[in-house]
Design a protein around this ligand. Sequence first.
Ligand SMILES: NC(=O)c1ccc[n+]([C@@H]2O[C@H](COP(=O)([O-])OP(=O)(O)OC[C@H]3O[C@@H](n4cnc5c(N)ncnc54)[C@H](OP(=O)(O)O)[C@@H]3O)[C@@H](O)[C@H]2O)c1
Length: 259
Amino acid sequence: MNDLPLSGKIAVITGAGRGIGKAIALRFAREGADVALCARSQKELSEVSSIIDRLDRTCLALSVDLANPEQVKNFCDRIIDKFGAVDMIVNNAGAYLERGTFEDSDPDLWWRTMEVNVRGPYLITHHLLAVMSQGSKIINLTSGKGYSAGANSNAYHVSKAALNMMTEGLANELWSRDIDVNTLVPGPTATATFDNASPGQERTPEEILAQDKSALPKGLPAWERVKHPDEVADFAFYLATRPVGGPTGQIYSLARRPL
Ligand SMILES: NC(=O)c1ccc[n+]([C@@H]2O[C@H](COP(=O)([O-])OP(=O)(O)OC[C@H]3O[C@@H](n4cnc5c(N)ncnc54)[C@H](OP(=O)(O)O)[C@@H]3O)[C@@H](O)[C@H]2O)c1
């Protein structure tokens, strides 16, 4: 088992209870990585970690609200205690708390979106950078909406634009340590966030993908395609396995339209 591409590597993946984060966690574990996962839902995390246990990988799975700095610090301290080093951070968790107009938005939810989507990745990365070494990777999940906002969902758009800039700035600082920092834009992907599902009403990716294309959200061009989360995990795996000297400070989009 030592010859798998990620054998001996430690990956931290936020928002790994479902959707894209779950797909990345399972893919990285299948490729040999030990993983540290967080999300708020302990039930969803337990389901993911039991699959990873069966793969015979080490999995630390903690219920963490990324908007809570103490919980984030505790998560990172536990990671350092357990593993001593981190090779990959995937800042995947994202809050999409409002979809209405700027005028109707709730200032508290607007700010909470920044706490989860911007300060969360900042704190995770800030706490763990000291235990990352040459060849490590940081992958930040953002959105096409962080490039061209359109109307509504202002907090989400602003938060993703900020995370794009965090990626670029950090890449410019970490190149000398050979730590690559890149942005991954999934494009439309069959998850609860995409589906705007209420808690407890989440459908599987297969159920979402099986529905008639006309039932999918408006605003996507006809040539856009909704992906399975495993397709995003494929690309995260590709980024995680670039050799030293690979791309950094880049934006990789799986969308089928210009950002
Ligand atoms: N799906 C798409 O079409 C699409 C398109 C563009 C970008 N993205 C981005 O891709 C990333 C993954 O999205 P997804 O579609 O996979 O969403 P998802 O299926 O809804 O999963 C989101 C994950 O993040 C966790 N999370 C949310 N708020 C959190 C918080 N405050 N603290 C800790 N964990 C939290 C959720 O768990 P809990 O709720 O249990 O905390 C869940 O595990 C996000 O950054 C999203 O913005 C997705």
